[in-house]
Design a binder for this molecule. Structure first.
Ligand code: AMP
Length: 330
């Protein structure tokens, strides 16, 4: 399936509802809000909605979504799910009520737990650095009909920046930079954007210090940190803030993989795992622990200390093998 088919569907429907994944991030929020703005501007007669009750303090500066609507309104809508590989990760479960469902995504394509793919029409490009890059590419494919204004450009650029680690991850290509350039030409206020994304409250730096003091580096070079509910509470952190600890483990020489284990505090005592790597591909490891994602950035869920030890040992083994068989790594 291609973006042409999805564009035909967009033209066909009067109401379009955009969906994203749970544990929202800059990419899925930027992509849905950016696409909403593009579609609203380009087709003012259509109704374009984002209904999602997940909130993020970190992304609050991008503004709120739409108010909930009656279930009836989903039934004649086209649903477009963006940046979400499997149906169990779609944030608003009412997406199933939509008449037809399209998918735009850059994750490695895997069927859901039930073995099925969720969309009627899919456009998936796994090599793209972000879903926002795909939205930019989508708009660029239909320049006579799709209009990107400054607001849309800012949303889309936000996801491109956050999902590519400020344009440094391996997925970044010439296309990424061309589309980023296209958006900057429209007029993104990058100083405002970066201030919102990257300035830290001084208090949060104490948590960063805690992470460096308590992280462990395995024999072959896996950096990991465990954040109990107690630790999260002692720093007054939201779950989202605690989860951001993964970014502190980035950039340690010799550590080709880094892991953050964050206790969710749910009834099952599940532990969120955030996996990141360079050179080594860790998505297959995430898939062994109820997760998935990208080659060098994945998520998973584990239960109990034994699974934490097991996952970390497997990561260590992957890094060991990689170092043994490759000469160029840092
Ligand atoms: P996270 O550490 O949660 O930010 O996840 C890193 C990447 O993996 C993101 O692109 C997520 O959308 C993706 N991801 C996280 N958890 C899963 C999962 N259970 N299945 C598939 N993809 C996931």
């Amino acid at each position: 399936m291609s973006k042409e088919v999805i564009f035909e569907k967009i033209k066909e429907y009067q109401r379009i509802m955009l969906f994203r994944h749970i544990r929202i991030d800059g990419d899925c929020v930027g992509a849905t809000k950016g696409f909403q703005e593009v579609l609203r501007t380009s087709f003012p007669e259509k109704e374009i909605l984002i209904i999602d009750d997940e909130k993020s303090d970190y992304l609050a500066f991008l503004g709120p979504d739409d108010a909930p609507v009656p279930d009836e309104m989903y039934k004649d809508a086209l649903g477009i799910v963006i940046d979400t590989a499997t149906k169990d990760r779609i944030s608003n479960p009412k997406y199933v009520l939509c008449k037809e469902i399209a998918k735009i995504d850059h994750h490695i394509e895997v069927p859901g737990k039930d073995g099925h793919f969720y969309a009627d029409h899919s456009w998936v490009e796994e090599e793209r650095s972000s879903a926002c890059e795909m939205i930019a590419a989508f708009c660029a494919s239909f320049p006579d009909e799709l209009k990107i204004n400054q607001r849309a450009a800012t949303f889309i650029y936000t996801g491109m920046v956050t999902d590519s680690g400020r344009f440094q991850y391996p997925g970044v290509s010439g296309d990424t930079m061309r589309y980023a350039g296209m958006l900057l030409d429209v007029g993104v206020d990058t100083e405002w954007l970066y201030a919102n994304l990257y300035l830290k409250d001084f208090e949060s730096l104490k948590f960063k210090a805690y992470v460096y003091e308590h992280m462990i580096i395995s024999e072959s070079g896996v950096a990991s940190v465990y954040l109990s509910r107690e630790t999260q509470q002692s720093f007054g952190l939201t779950f989202e803030e605690a989860s951001s600890a993964i970014s502190y483990l980035d950039g340690i020489k010799g550590c080709l993989c880094w892991l953050a284990f964050i206790e969710t505090g749910d009834a099952q005592n599940s532990i969120r795992v955030r996996l990141r790597s360079r050179f080594v591909h860790i998505n297959t490891l995430a898939e062994q622990y109820r997760g998935g994602g990208h080659a060098c950035a994945s998520g998973a869920t584990v239960y109990g200390e034994e699974e934490i030890r097991e996952l970390t040992a497997k990561a260590d083994e992957m890094v060991r093998k990689y170092k043994e068989t490759h000469e160029v790594w840092l």
